[in-house]
Ligand binder design. Structure first.
Ligand SMILES: Cc1cc2nc3c(=O)[nH]c(=O)nc-3n(C[C@H](O)[C@H](O)[C@H](O)COP(=O)(O)O)c2cc1C
Length: 314
């Protein structure tokens, strides 16, 4: 038992990050059943779709699970009310100010975690009263901080500033990565990319296969003027780069991005025109596996790495 397994009442300190178009109830319940904490990603769901996923998740697992809520959507109030209505016990908020919803959720007895990419925001989240924070480094898939702070440097800097439990995210897909993050000061890890390429992820098979095919250097953080996001370098990414050469305005970028690019890429499997969000660690993901096997492999790797102390005797 450690701070994170105790906080969520789970077996292993492995959290599956909420991921638009990837983490429906099938992925979340599979991770929870495997001993981690699964999160339904509300970011790509209409409120009633979210309600359905929560209800299905309750049926699919008797273990704790949570909901990830990016706070930038206009229907946020409706989403929060569904979460309360359905008796969700754990909420991870991201992409917004932790002060806006934390006390509301805490008053309802919900465990609240907020995702940050800097120690300044980690402090703000702690002040807002969250139970733990996810500190997410530059390597991570999906939306990211502007400062390009890597997980290796972010975790110890956050650790220096705050007292509440820290969950490290960004670049972690193995037990060794997990141990490294924990040695740096994390109490648990949030894993996204590795679970995006699982059998239970709701993303399109084309996207999952693309993750497996991605090599080191095939992703890049871009669109910083809108919301920085790490993408696979495909045709859409190249179109963005071509536009940058013309010194575009923010409106030009918004226009190129258009609507539903992420859905097109990750859910509908359009590898050319779609937005394909994945982390740098995709270069280490070589197979689409069931969640149970991913978690077991991570824990075996973690145990083996823990026993390799003699490596550090000089
Ligand atoms: C495809 C994809 C979609 C994501 N969507 C979200 C999201 O909706 N909300 C959120 O807070 N984080 C999102 N993330 C970030 C993950 O929750 C997680 O923190 C991150 O993937 C960890 O880094 P890793 O990809 O190196 O494992 C997303 C990541 C990926 C890869």
């Amino acid at each position: 038992m450690n701070k994170i397994t105790k906080l969520f009442n789970i077996k292993y300190p492995i959290i599956q990050g909420g991921m638009i178009w990837n983490s429906g109830y099938k992925l979340a319940s599979a991770v929870s059943n495997a001993g981690g904490l699964g999160l339904i990603g509300a970011g790509s769901m209409y409120p009633e779709v979210l309600r359905e996923h929560i209800q299905k998740c309750k049926k699919a697992t008797g273990k704790p699970f949570g909901v990830n809520i990016p706070m930038l959507y206009p229907n946020i109030e409706e989403i929060m009310n569904i979460v309360i209505d359905e008796g969700v016990k754990i909420v991870f908020t991201s992409a917004g100010n932790p002060k806006t919803w934390t006390s509301f959720l805490k008053e309802k007895g919900i465990t609240v975690v907020h995702v940050v990419s800097s120690s300044v925001f980690a402090l703000k989240a702690q002040e807002a009263g969250v139970d733990a924070i996810v500190a997410e480094g530059f390597e991570a898939g999906g939306h990211n901080g502007r400062d390009e702070t890597t997980t290796l440097t972010l975790i110890p800097m956050v650790k220096e500033k705050i007292q509440i439990p820290i969950i490290a995210a960004g670049g972690i897909a193995t037990g060794r990565g997990m141990l490294a993050a924990m040695i740096l000061g994390a109490d648990g890890v949030q894993v996204g990319s590795r679970f995006a390429a699982s059998l239970e992820s709701s993303s399109h098979d084309n996207f999952k296969q693309k993750i497996v095919d991605v090599k080191e250097g095939d992703t890049q953080l871009t669109l910083k003027e809108l919301a920085p996001v790490r993408l696979i370098k495909n045709k859409f990414y190249n179109d963005v780069q071509d536009l940058y050469e013309k010194c575009p305005s923010k409106e030009d970028l918004v226009q190129l991005l258009g609507r539903a690019r992420a859905k097109k890429g990750m859910f509908e499997g359009d590898l050319e025109e779609g937005e394909l969000e994945i982390g740098q660690i995709a270069g280490l993901i070589h197979e689409i596996l069931p969640v149970k096997q991913i978690v077991q492999e991570m824990m075996t790797d973690f145990e083996i790495a823990c026993q390799e102390k003699s490596k550090f005797e000089f």
